[in-house]
Structure formats: C-alpha cells, structure tokens
Design a protein around this ligand. Sequence first.
Ligand code: AMP
Ligand code: MG
Length: 393
Amino acid sequence: MVTVNAAKILINEYASHSNVSDIYINDANGHILAEDLYAIIDTPPFDSSAMDGYAIIYNDEYYKKNWTVIGEVQAGASVNSALQTNEAFRIFTGAKIPAVANTVVVQEKVNRQGNIFTIEKHILEKGSNVRPQGSQLKKGELILTKNSKLNAACISLLANIGISKVKVYSKPKISIIVTGKELIQPGTPLPDGMIYESNSFALKAALNELQIQPSTITITDDIKEDIIEAIQSNLMQDIVILTGGVSVGDYDFVAASLEQCGVKEIFHKVKQKPGKPFYFGIKNKTLIFGLPGNPAAVLTCFYEYIVPAIETYTKHIYYKTDNLPLINSYTKKTGLTHFVKAKTDGKTVEILNSQESYLLNSFAYANCIVELPEEEEIFEEGNIVKLKMIAHI
Ligand code: AMP
Ligand code: MG
C-alpha cells in the first residue's frame, strides 16, 4: 500500500507526455496555447471610419466652409478616387477612409442641404473619428504568448486578425469502463438486488467540466473475459478509467484482467479513505486507473489523481487549492489520509456529515474536498486544513 503522496508522485512520473495539435479556433476555447502568436496583418487593416458621417481633408477653418459630397463609401467597399479640398465622401462605420481624407465628421454635427453641408464649430480635430491602420496590432506584433488560456475574447482577437488555426496542448483521449453485475441504467425499472449505475455518469460529467468528451463508455458484467475485451479495445487511448471490481472480492476481476492484458501495475491500494483499493498501471503510454465502485470514492479519486494526470497533458490547472480554518471539529483514525467532503465560503471551511464512500448526498452539496493527513487524528475548530475547490462558492 502506498501513501497518497507517493501515489501522486508516481502518477505524475508516468503522465507527462503532452502533445501539441493544430486545431481550428472554433474548437480552441479553454485550450492552452502551445505557441507564441504574432499578428499576420495590421488591424484594423486600413484607416477606417469610427462613425457614420463624412470623410474630409482636415482644415483649421472647417466650420467656415461649404463642403460638397462627391460620393459614398459603404463598409466593405474600397473607393479609389481621391478627394479635393472642401470635398467629402459620405462614409459609414467600418468603411475604408478614401485616399487623402484624414478626418471624419459625424453626421449629427453637419447641416446638410442637398449635396452641400457645413460643420459645427469646436467639434473636430485632424484625425477625428478615424481608426488608424494597425492601431490595434501591427503585422508581426506578439498577440498572445505560449501557455495562455484561450477564452472567448482571445478567440475573437484571433479571428479578427485572420488566424483560423492554432497550436494547443492536446487533451488526452479517455475511455471509461464501468464493471459490475448489479448495475442497471437509470430510467429503467429497478430489479430486486440491482442498483442504478451512476459512475459512468459521474465520470462523464466530471470530464465534461474539463471540456473533455470520453471516447467510449463501456459497461460490463463482472465477467473476466468481458472486462479483458473492454480493456483491450481501449488500450490505444491515453487514459483508461475503470470502476468497480478493483478490490479483492471473489468477483473483483479488474486487476487480474489488467495483468492479463499486459498492463504493468505501478501501485494497487493507497493509504486513503475513500478509495483504498485504487489501482494505477501503465501499458506503453496508456495510463490505466482502476477505481473502486463506490460512487464517492470514484469522484474523490477522479479529482485527486486523474485530474492532475490530465493537467500534465493539457497544461491547465483546473481546480485551485487553499488552506483555510475549520469551523467545526472532526475526528478520524490515524493510518489513512482522509478526503472529506466540505463546504467553504472562501474564508472558512466546514466538514460535512455523511462521509461514507457509498454516500453521494454530501458530495452533491460540497464545493471542496479537504485532505486530512494520514497521521493526524483530531481536527479542532480553527485548525488550518488543505482543500481543493471542486465547485463554485
Ligand atoms: P466494488 O468496487 O465493485 O466492490 O463496488 C463497491 C460498491 O460500489 C458496491 O456497493 C457497488 O454496488 C457499487 N458500485 C459499483 N459500481 C457502481 C456504479 N457504476 N454505479 C454505482 N454504484 C456502483
Ligand atoms: Mg463489484
């Protein structure tokens, strides 16, 4: 049996082989950039109008003149004819400023009769209402640095500059195999002796929180041949997560099945509660996690071990950790690290009732997991404990 810390170190040793892939910006939200990105054009790509109005060549005595409208530029159009002194182009927001013009008068500030207008005094400077070419970014300028997390604004900026694909750290390909003879899908009547299967739903939802879709979800009976077949057909994945049957009961075939598939056991059993039977092995580059079937153990092992493994691929840090004072006391036996469901307001933390590994109700209410060290027994109000945030406050 290994300690929690040893288990985490071992997983981290085997998990670090991140890949880089080119993806379309439409699929890039939430990814971490694996390259520095530079502007491939100036933006705006030309001097453009910030307002609906009239493009003119600025003159200090603009308010004393009569201006003649000689044409129109719509957004998207490109006009080649140049202006003369005291001439104007009708222009609209986003349209390219015609040659020689350097200033835009907003339409509300002119008095127009037919094709002639005058301009109010004190409203204009040279360059007013013009967005200069390259004023956001010049071609070749650094836009976003490697390891930036892409969000909606970043993706908007990339599209704006004409970049359609980016290099990001790839998400790992992950399969889920749920084992257990007693399992039946929710939504169907419950036969005597059976229970509703919840682990595949828990893991899929937990992966979705990381914006990862599992490649496959297989549900098998506690039959060794079926488990072996499910493992073999998923060994090309980066990560395989199994639940159930990982302990030492007569029908717990997962560890033996993994061995038969050539998976090398790195550890089996961790000094923790819940999730003591937790298994970790590797085959080639595939990481295999065998989680006990108890639903709370599944989610605990997911947040404590599988998320950090995924982080080595995606370069994300998904869940923050913190150290906060307890507002209630808690007692446990020594010998195992306990991961307990808790609720924090960001200043203090309360350990919840119902910590048994088959109970999900406290998990559903919790927003963090508190780690209580192996050799400690009594935790008093005010003691500082380490926690991992798993949901919003
Ligand atoms: P096991 O690890 O197979 O000994 O299962 C431990 C406990 O978890 C048993 O009470 C199982 O019935 C339950 N369990 C196993 N798999 C699931 C599952 N997919 N969904 C809900 N409960 C499960
Ligand atoms: Mg079982």
